[in-house]
Design a binder for this molecule. Structure first.
Ligand code: CP3
Length: 348
């Protein structure tokens, strides 16, 4: 048997090795803050078509790699491709975000078809294959999906939301019905992630952006439980592929999220104290995070001081530098270059 030499710094950290300089990548590193992204976006016939046209999706995934050479590329796609693939009408309205035809009861679920998603999302797998061919040999490829709870909030509310009242009303009031929606999402998401790994994704990230709006009992039922099932499905097929979770806003429930879902690592939002995470989470899993993305609007000395504070708390083993949430569209690209330089030259 040949012994696989792992060369990519991000994969080495996930395998438990000490790596210097520390690896980094940034959530939403491809996107509107880059003029070259806006140029490609104009060529595409809307955002969905950008996600589902492999040549264009490959190009925008590579744009931040050329500029900043981070240690990972994240597949350019969106968490809402799953409901779209299952047959729920979706559009992205300029300046408004996603708009879906809401589904608010079990009857609405009959319009969805899990196996339809395999076909609709096939172009995403072509993007993954292109990327594995085109990425520099030291850059790891991250595949991703939304967690069932977060994807369900968009499906039920019909878009972004402030209070999530329709989703919570359904989840609290008709638990059996809502579980059927979760079930469909566990199934389609597991299949989608397994297909991404088959096509070449080397790490998986599961985004649960709205986990933090759930009270404890519901966090256990609708965030931890479906995520645990996806992790075990994916791991049964691909035990060596690391899985990262991002239960944004989980706070004091992070230790339970880690031990019960079985993820290999978590992304920390900006509100998690770095020293607490180093003491209570880092012994059990790899951490990513957690610079406030708004720091990138300011740049300069305040950003440098905050990056160094985070690095000195978390920058031992099992750490990948990242933001605590996605890059904002108004971010000056030169501040991202400054960030990359600070992280790369840190030797603490
Ligand atoms: O570098 C990357 O991270 C690119 C891939 C990526 C996108 N969305 C591209 C995108 C990823 C990983 C996502 C995840 C995503 N999508 C999440 C979870 C992470 C998070 O940010 O919390 C969520 C909640 C979504 C749903 C979504 N997609 C919303 C609410 C919006 C509208 C808000 C906005 O920023 O416009 C999107 C659109 C979207 N997804 C854009 C991009 C680059 C902007 C679309 C455009 O070009 O107009």
């Amino acid at each position: 048997m040949t012994i696989l030499q792992i060369e990519k710094p991000l994969l080495r950290v996930l395998a438990g090795e000490s790596v210097r300089p520390l690896p980094f990548w940034l959530m939403r590193q491809a996107g509107r803050y880059l003029p070259e992204y806006r140029a490609v976006r104009q060529q595409a016939n809307g955002f969905l078509s950008l996600c589902l046209t492999p040549d264009l999706a490959t190009e925008v995934t590579l744009q931040p790699i050329r500029r900043y050479h981070p240690d990972a590329a994240i597949l350019f796609a969106d968490i809402l491709l799953i409901p779209y693939g299952m047959g729920q009408p979706l559009s992205f309205v300029e300046g408004e975000g996603p708009v879906l035809e809401p589904i608010r009861s079990v009857e609405g679920l009959s319009k969805l078809d899990v196996s339809r998603a395999d076909e609709v999302l096939a172009p995403v797998m072509q993007t993954v294959r292109n990327l594995r061919r085109e990425l520099p040999s030291d850059v790891a490829l991250i595949g991703f999906a939304g967690a069932p709870w977060t994807v369900a909030t968009y499906m039920v509310e019909g878009g972004s939301s402030r209070n999530f009242e329709h989703t919570k009303a359904w989840a609290y009031g008709d638990e059996n019905g809502f579980r059927q929606l979760m079930e469909m999402l566990v199934e389609s998401t597991s299949r989608y992630l397994i297909a991404q790994i088959e096509a070449g994704a080397e790490v998986i990230q599961i985004f649960d952006t709205w986990a933090g709006v759930l009270p404890e009992f519901a966090f256990r039922r609708f965030c931890i439980e479906p995520t645990r099932r996806i992790v075990s499905r994916v791991r049964a097929r691909y035990p060596a592929v690391p899985i990262m979770g991002f239960p944004r806003g989980a706070g004091m429930l992070l230790p339970d999220y880690i031990s019960e879902t079985g993820v290999d690592g978590v992304s920390l939002d900006p509100f998690v104290p770095a020293h607490w995470a180093a003491e209570w989470l880092q012994p059990t899993c790899t951490l990513q995070g957690n610079l406030d993305p708004v720091m990138l609007l300011t740049g300069g000395q305040p950003m440098q001081a905050e990056i160094e504070r985070i690095l000195s708390a978390l920058g031992g083993d099992r750490y990948i530098f990242n933001l605590g949430h996605g890059i904002l569209p108004q971010t000056p690209p030169e501040h991202v270059a400054q960030l990359a330089e600070i992280v790369r030259s840190w030797r603490g």
